[in-house]
Design a protein around this ligand. Structure first.
Ligand code: AMP
Ligand code: ZN
Length: 499
């Protein structure tokens, strides 16, 4: 079943297939590395991760380019305020971003592209635009895109720009929708600012030209898909189209995907409202990276996501349920054989597996409906648990169920417990950044226990139990519980997990 994805440009669901029949070439606008990434940013990167994983799972190879915007108005301002170079300033936040996406298990794009490493390509593109009459230089040495030269301007965001004032200019990287104006391609150096000495003068690139130049560098003049958060549709993506198509006279990206914004407890996230969260803030509060991942991908990308702490707890519990189920399937000594003769129970399992698989794929193929895809898997978990509880699950059934889980996890990637490492790193960072005061107390207690120490205590408890020293066994259980470690006894053995 091919993936049908909403295309902002055509205004409808279009099949997303590679132009060359082999590799889907896509560009996603990456972070501006002037601060730590917030959960809104990560919602967008995670939804793009869902897309690329689903394509790959369906056998389409992907070549995904993501830029790192390491020069812009805010970066220049913040670096100057800190008295360091923009390179020194951005290196820290780029590193943090890469660590954060790793914590969230966002797959690495095939190509990362830093703006500052592609200045020649941007200059060349501006020269091409100037030659085509679509760019002009002002007295101060800056270059602007001439909006009047591109009558299709507005075709992505569907804005009516007929009232636009010819020749009015804007040189901010970000501006409001009512100010469609000739926008800056190149900003002449202001005293004291970082600049590049180039054939079009001394200065630095505008934000929009970066993405056009880098997309074309790695993907060619026309490619399959361009993605980003909904705020980028106008002016950023509209400007990218204008610049690129004016230079090449070819369609830039065929398909445009925009992820809707995340709200926090129903309101726009903002530092002054106190509802602004970076990934690190949430990890320090004791939430697991996998739960944050699940919470941020479970609402389909075209719906607004209202992020709440209740939602995060729900995601934590859902992951627990899944992992326990997975563990149960693999570690129980299921009865043999009977399913072959008892057509009834086996048929029930086969039916449940088939339904889950079909629904999962149909949901994701339908504009990446992650909510329905997830529900299909949780329905399966419920059905199979019921069958298992009433001894109607057999060894021959297990492989097919595990197969569906593998499929699910190729996209969702939350089954395996990789949560300790991101939390450990966040704590390490908190210590360096003077943020230990923000760490949840249970987390600090937990930090003092390594996996090895827990294993040793669990083993000691087993010995105590065998020796019928239940007082010591209980003492160990309580000690671990206080540090956030839960012991689960079952007929298949003892298992522990961090809460
Ligand atoms: P920035 O680092 O500001 O350039 O943003 C990086 C990505 O995050 C872009 O694709 C933005 O559209 C996206 N983004 C920013 N804020 C939010 C939000 N609240 N919800 C979803 N995506 C967002
Ligand atoms: Zn961009």
């Amino acid at each position: 079943m091919p993936l049908r994805l909403f295309n902002t440009l055509s205004g409808q669901l279009d099949e997303l297939v590679p132009m060359d029949g082999k590799t889907l070439r896509m560009y996603a606008c990456g972070p501006t590395v002037y601060d730590y990434g917030h959960i809104g940013n990560f919602r967008t990167f995670l939804q793009i991760d869902v897309l690329r994983r689903f394509l790959k799972r369906n056998g389409t190879s992907v070549f995904h380019v993501m830029n790192i915007t390491d020069v812009d108005d805010r970066i220049i301002k913040n670096a100057a305020a800190a008295g360091i170079s923009i390179g020194q300033y951005t290196a820290r936040f780029e590193q943090a971003f890469l660590e954060d996406i790793e914590a969230l298990r966002v797959q690495h794009p095939e190509q990362l592209a830093r703006a500052t490493e592609h200045i020649p390509q941007m200059v060349e593109l501006i020269q091409r635009l100037a030659a085509a009459g679509a760019a002009y230089q002002t007295e101060d040495g800056s270059w602007y895109f001439r909006l009047a030269s591109f009558p299709e301007y507005g075709k992505l965001s569907k804005k009516d720009l007929s009232g636009m004032e010819d020749g009015a200019r804007v040189d901010l990287d970000e501006y409001e929708k009512d100010s469609a104006r000739d926008f800056a391609l190149w900003k002449a150096a202001k005293p004291g600012e970082t600049f590049w000495d180039t054939a079009i003068g001394r200065g630095r690139p505008g934000w929009h030209i970066e993405c056009s130049a880098m997309a074309m560098e790695y993907l060619g003049e026309s490619f399959d898909l361009h993605a980003g958060g909904e705020d980028l549709m106008f002016p950023h993506h509209e400007n990218e189209i204008a610049q690129s198509e004016s230079a090449t006279h070819k369609p830039f990206a065929r398909h445009w995907m925009h992820v809707r914004f995340l709200l926090v407890e129903g309101r726009k996230m903002s530092k002054s409202e106190g509802n602004f969260f970076t990934l690190r803030d949430l990890l320090l509060k004791g939430y697991k990276a996998s739960a944050i991942r699940l919470a941020l991908i479970s609402v389909p990308y075209r719906h607004q996501l209202n992020f709440t702490f209740d939602g995060l707890i729900e995601a934590t519990n859902a992951i627990d349920r899944l992992r326990t189920f997975h563990h149960r399937l693999r570690n129980t000594n299921w009865p043999m054989g009977t399913s072959y003769v008892q057509a009834g129970p086996e048929a029930e399992v086969i039916e449940a597996v088939k339904t889950a698989k079909t629904k999962f794929h149909a949901a994701l193929s339908n504009d990446l409906n992650t909510a329905e895809a997830r529900a299909a898997i949780f329905d399966l978990v419920r059905t199979i648990n019921t069958l298992a509880d009433s001894e109607r699950l057999f060894r021959s059934d297990i492989a097919a169920i595990l197969d569906v889980l593998r499929d699910f996890d190729a996209v969702f990637d939350v089954l395996e417990d990789n949560d300790a490492e991101p939390t450990r790193r966040a704590l390490e960072w908190a210590a360096q950044a003077g943020r230990l005061g923000d760490v949840a107390p249970e987390l600090l207690a937990r930090k003092s226990l390594t996996d090895e120490a827990i294993d040793a205590l669990v083993a000691e408890r087993e010995v105590a139990r065998k020796q019928r020293n239940f007082a010591r066994a209980d003492q160990i259980r309580n000690e671990l519980a206080e540090k956030g470690v839960v012991i689960e006894d079952s007929k298949d053995g003892v298992r522990w997990k961090r809460k």
